[in-house]
Design a protein around this ligand. Sequence first.
Ligand code: AMP
Ligand code: GLY
Length: 418
Amino acid sequence: MKTLVIGTGGREHALALQLARDAEVHAAPGNPGIGRIATLHDVDAMSGASVAALADRLGVDLVVVGPEAPLVAGVADAVRAAGIAVFGPSRAAAQLEGSKAFSKSVMADAGVPTAGARVCTDAEQVAAALDEFGAPYVVKDDALAAGKGVLVTRDRDAAMAHAAGCGTVVIEEFLDGPEVSVFAICDGERAYALQPAQDFKRIFDGGRGPNTGGMGSYTPLSWAQPDLADAVISTVVEPTLAEMRRRGAPFVGCLYVGLALTEKGPKVIEFNCRFGDPDIQPVLAVLDSSLSALLHAAATGTLSSVPAPVFRDAAAVTVVLASAGYPASSSSGQVITGVEDAAEAGADVIHAGTALDDEGRLVTAGGRVLAVRAIGADVAAARARAYAAAELIAFEGMQRRSDIAAEPLGVVEGASLR
Ligand code: AMP
Ligand code: GLY
């Protein structure tokens, strides 16, 4: 099978690595890490016409659109209209991530367990909603904000100020409990869940500091209920797919279910319309089935023709290396050393925000720069290998959490304001 991966980050590098096990992989625009395992092409990832033209010229069997922005912009629609199989939702279905208010309305109509929420357009409504739910306050920008549009705080003034800086905001009930990511591979009607993972969202150890796009992740979760993935399929994913069909926007692609495991059971924190990064990285590392066959079946509405995904009896851990200033800002152009050594130490060095400078040196080019991923017989072994490899990599101003997958510490991630 010939595949084309759209995007530039760690998620796309991890997808390309997995697809390359049994498929030919092209990527656009890609990054220096992806370039080592796939053929790179220059493309405006936000232009559906350009992506469709590239896919047509290459004669690929499957396009996988990685990030949310092109999906929300309708890139998958253009590829599908060109008669090429594409894993990724239409513009209409991507609204499950593109608008928090839309996803809340779908969840309400589908009876999906989630936090109570109020959509607010002015300060008076915000104040009323904050007082209705009480502290800790959860304030979300309605629009896409790369995981950084959410403020969770006990400070009412800070909550009001964050809301004032957004347009439409969603104020939510605080969900108390560990966070879990479940990825559902959907063909519009049916879905298979991948093995659950945990993402560490805050910048500092112990779940402190501002939210980021994710600073590390691991799987499996020994402390989660064994039937969690199945429960999420039946109580969250299937009702959501039915509601999306009812609305004339069937969802094809990865429905990313971000959950809090509360005392009253799993509740949805958010939906995303694509794989989570870095959460998906350890999950792919232990996936035994063919990813290309799975995604192609989903893209062509034939998921029932492939078996449910199978996972190795092993654990995987990913540790993110971020640049100075992240998540408020980032720094670029810092020379990165030690990548080859880390790979020799048995880790996958996944590129997220890197570039080659004029002299051909690998340099930082974004907030999250690299992710170091390792497999082991159990979480402790995978974690030890990932950190040993990460220790070998350096660049000026590098930030890295030291408690990724340090069970049972990981269990409190997401409930740090208790
Ligand atoms: P989101 O972009 O909606 O995933 O929110 C980013 C992060 O904010 C989540 O991963 C949680 O850590 C936190 N968060 C969002 N909504 C809630 C909620 N209702 N209760 C508690 N924490 C939340
Ligand atoms: N790691 C969180 C996300 O991809 O949204």
